[in-house]
Design a binder for this molecule. Structure first.
Ligand SMILES: NC(=O)c1ccc[n+]([C@@H]2O[C@H](COP(=O)([O-])OP(=O)(O)OC[C@H]3O[C@@H](n4cnc5c(N)ncnc54)[C@H](OP(=O)(O)O)[C@@H]3O)[C@@H](O)[C@H]2O)c1
Length: 347
């Protein structure tokens, strides 16, 4: 099986290459793609050196599976072309996620949705993914009635340039410069918290990131309008690992102990919850691992069927690369690597 990794020089794409190697994904060949700027560069995959290619009608021929994370505009243009050329695309960008013919899959939560793919399978937003690892088992056991998510998101969620900006600004501030240049974010991120992740589109008072968390959670869990979902997303000066405060109101009773028990039994979730001993999910503990950590599980004193949780997950791994590779594994296991219907996906 020939596998393309689109955006291979980026924060997510380079993590995908690592995860493919770690999990020994059954590829006969892995081909990294990036922009024209990187074409010809070589990057490492295990012991191998791979040459980065640019996208064109010739280079995309003969691919079976493509894991794509080169931004929405690239996916809008190239995913239909890749499907037409015979590949199944697992897309990490937000472009196709809400398309009615594109399943949005969190492996371990709604695997069966992948069965109905027509050529593109979308990977959810990293903040959605981290919250859902805790919310899905709760929904299955007690039914969601209302969810309030407040996120504290790492800069690697924005990509390589944001990682460099935090590093550079932190150095300058520590050297006494209180106004280092901010190019990626609208304000300084070093030693600051920004209550804005992505943009306020068309006069909306929620950001596009907040809209994604709300809409994607609904699509993945199949929730109707009767379930209230509210999100506030903030960017914090952390390199990797999104943390989220999740307030969840259920239809059935669910005690903190019962919640701890069901999350401890859930695949891909680790309960880290002994606050008296200083044990709770930390971004630095979540970074570099695939499990999502959940702790601070406690009753909301304001409502008898409401719990508060603290969740932390690696935005680049389960939040992006690991889930994309797990989707690819699922497609292989279920023999779903097959020609799609490119006609459905004209941008
Ligand atoms: N970071 C996360 O935690 C996360 C999580 C989930 C989803 N995502 C999504 O994944 C995508 C990539 O994010 P990232 O954080 O990895 O960004 P990034 O670090 O900025 O990487 C972007 C990648 O896209 C490539 N690229 C840019 N323009 C291109 C073009 N015209 N043709 C082909 N390749 C092009 C870049 O190649 P060059 O190096 O050649 O410029 C690079 O490999 C975004 O859509 C993002 O929303 C990110």
């Amino acid at each position: 099986m020939r596998v393309g990794v689109l955006g291979a020089t980026g924060a997510v794409g380079s993590t995908i290459l690592g995860v493919l190697a770690e999990r020994r994904f059954p590829a006969s060949e892995v081909i990294p793609f990036a922009s024209e700027r990187s074409a010809g560069r070589s990057i490492e995959l295990g012991e191998e050196e791979l040459e980065v290619r640019a996208l064109d009608e010739e280079t995309i021929k003969g691919l079976d599976l493509v894991l794509s994370s080169a931004g929405g505009a690239v996916s809008a243009e190239w995913a239909p072309k890749l499907v037409a050329a015979g590949a199944v695309v697992v897309d990490n960008t937000s472009y196709w996620r809400m398309h009615e013919d594109v399943p949005l899959v969190v492996v371990g939560v709604n695997d069966e949705a992948a069965e109905h793919h027509r050529g593109i399978v979308a990977n959810p937003n990293c903040t959605t993914m981290v919250a859902l690892m805790a919310l899905a088992p709760i929904h299955r056991a007690a039914g969601l009635e209302r969810v309030v998510v407040s996120s504290y998101q790492a800069v690697s969620g924005t990509g390589q340039k944001a990682i460099e900006e935090l590093r550079h600004q932190s150095k300058l501030v520590l050297e006494g410069d209180q106004s280092p240049p901010a190019t990626v974010y609208p304000h300084r991120i070093a030693f600051n918290v920004l209550p804005q992740v992505e943009v306020f589109a068309d006069g909306d008072d929620y950001t596009t990131e907040e809209r994604k968390v709300m809409a994607e959670t609904r699509k993945i869990l199949g929730l109707g309008e009767e379930v209230g979902i509210s999100a506030t997303c903030a960017r914090v000066p952390v390199f990797t690992g999104h943390s989220e405060s999740v307030n969840v109101q259920t239809r059935e009773d669910l005690s903190p102990d019962a919640c701890r028990e069901l999350l401890a039994a859930a695949t891909g979730v680790v309960v880290d919850d002994d606050p008296a001993a200083g044990r709770y999910p930390l971004a630095i503990d979540a970074a570099g691992r695939d499990d999502v950590l959940v702790g601070r599980i406690r009753r909301d004193p304001g409502h008898e069927r409401c719990l508060n949780l603290w969740v932390a997950g690696d935005n680049l791994r389960k939040g992006a690369a690991t889930n994309a590779v797990q989707v690819a594994e699922l497609l292989v296991e279920r023999e779903l690597v097959r020609r799609g219907d490119a006609g459905l996906f004209q941008a």
